[in-house]
Design a protein around this ligand. Structure first.
Ligand SMILES: Nc1ncnc2c1ncn2[C@@H]1O[C@H](COP(=O)(O)OP(=O)(O)OP(=O)(O)O)[C@@H](O)[C@H]1O
Length: 425
């Protein structure tokens, strides 16, 4: 080895992150590199010449080197230092080639404290995630519920699910009343029975449902219900008046083997005032009312829902579509009169029909494009909308906060802040 090579070699060993520790056959320290300072808080030259027996317990425990001296073979152990480090130590004996006697023990120690800490943190996070998905899985399942409004609805529903009292779900068309009814069924003691939907507007036309009704009334019907079941009377306000009388009787005589859920997208109270709905039935149904707000009043759900449907239809049609930020922003601004159903149908159509991987604003229906900066009322609202539009458009175009800052003449940190504000997804 040349002088230069020797020097290089020394440097490598000296600066190795792993500690290198060498003792002779009597357990006297011959060499230790500078990693020992971090592991034990003692400088290397104070250790050289010391006996390993004296160092054990004072600096670390147990000693891998002593084990090697005893057993004359390689040893791997976890060691704890008095500085609180956890070291993984590999110790190897070195034998004299001629006599075969042990001459030295070389040990390599790797500090695993950080790794352990990291592992503990990961384990903790995994546990948190598991707990979270357990509660969400149990209560929310596949219902997207980012907004406080819908979380309140879900909380109330999971309490309601534990009772057998009739429930009245109200909200505009497509807000998720049927989905929620199914959720209540799945969380209730009726979940092992069937969930049956009855469309009240269609009632006079459907013989099977009339038969079901006869059965519920206690008459002899062709339909038999299982021991326990949930019946969802969809659009209850559309039920003809003569059926309403039957329903009232059924509810009064119910033996609790059936869970009744009613849904309406109309104002039942108004219908009562107009004489189109029986008041006595209304009060009977309205014991546990649950109102699901329209999507435009719970904007926090828009991005998660859009992403959820994009993912679902991407999987279904084996696609990898994404939304351009500005298209996503237009979905955010839109009024969604048809609520979640409208969004679901639109995204399904876009995933199937879009010819590009990225779905851009010009592929959206013109009503959505047009609305994207229109309905702000006050000056601050209008300014914010304009800013949202400009930021998302610039980001859409350039894809970097630096270029957005440059093109709009603002600082990069301000561009960054605004991108985060307007483009959370
Ligand atoms: N929070 C949600 N997360 C995921 N999907 C949802 C959510 N809410 C509704 N949906 C979906 O939107 C569609 C419409 O929902 P649903 O049929 O339950 O609405 P509805 O209020 O019963 O409508 P209608 O009054 O017209 O009967 C369904 O495909 C449903 O799965």
């Amino acid at each position: 080895m040349t002088m230069k090579e020797n020097h290089l070699f020394e440097e490598i060993v000296e600066h190795s992150v792993d500690e290198i520790f060498v003792i002779d056959r009597n357990g006297i320290v011959l060499y230790v590199n500078e990693a020992c300072e971090t592991n034990y808080g003692v400088q290397a030259d104070r250790l050289i010449g010391a006996s390993i027996k004296n160092l054990e317990d004072d600096l670390f425990t147990p000693s891998a080197t002593l084990e090697v001296l005893k057993r004359q073979r390689p040893v791997e152990i976890m060691q704890r230092t008095t500085r609180g480090k956890r070291l993984f130590v590999k110790s190897r004996p070195v034998f004299d080639k001629e006599t075969g006697e042990l001459t030295k023990v070389i040990s390599y120690a790797r500090d695993l404290s950080d790794l352990n800490e990291l592992r503990e943190r990961v384990q903790k996070l995994e546990k948190q995630l598991e707990d979270q998905s357990k509660t969400q899985g149990a209560v929310f399942g596949d219902i997207i519920a980012e907004s406080d409004e819908i979380q309140q609805v879900l909380k109330a529903s999971s309490r309601i699910a534990l009772t057998d009292v009739p429930v009245l779900l109200s909200g505009e068309t497509g807000v998720g009343k049927t989905l929620l009814a199914k959720k209540i069924h799945s969380l209730s003691k009726y979940s092992d029975g069937v969930f049956q939907e009855i469309n009240c507007a269609e009632l006079p036309k459907q013989n099977r449902q009339i038969e079901l009704f006869k059965y519920l009334e206690g008459g002899e019907g062709l339909v038999e219900l299982p021991d326990r079941c949930t019946l969802l009377f969809d659009e209850i306000s559309e039920m003809p008046l003569h059926f309403q009388a039957n329903l009232l009787k059924t509810l009064e005589n119910s033996d609790k083997s059936v869970r009744f859920i009613f849904s309406t997208s109309h104002n039942l109270e108004e219908k009562v005032q107009n004489g189109e709905f029986r008041g006595d039935l209304y009060y009977r149904l309205n014991i546990l009312p649950v109102y699901i707000p329209p999507l435009r009043n719970r904007k926090n759900d828009i991005y998660p829902l859009a992403n959820h449907f994009l993912q679902t239809f991407n999987e279904e049609y084996n696609q990898h579509k994404t939304f351009s930020p500005i298209a996503l922003n237009a979905l955010y601004e839109y009024e969604w009169r048809g609520n979640i159903r409208e969004m679901e149908n639109l995204i399904q159509r876009l995933v199937i029909m879009s010819e590009t991987t990225e779905i851009t604003i010009d592929q959206l229906p013109s009503i959505i494009k047009a609305g994207s900066i229109s309905h702000a009322e006050t000056l601050p609202e209008k300014l914010e909308q304009m800013e949202r539009y400009l930021i998302t458009e610039a980001y859409d175009l350039y894809g970097s906060s630096y270029k957005v800052a440059d093109s709009l003449g603002i600082s990069q940190s301000s561009a960054m802040r605004k991108i985060k504000k307007y483009m959370k997804s």
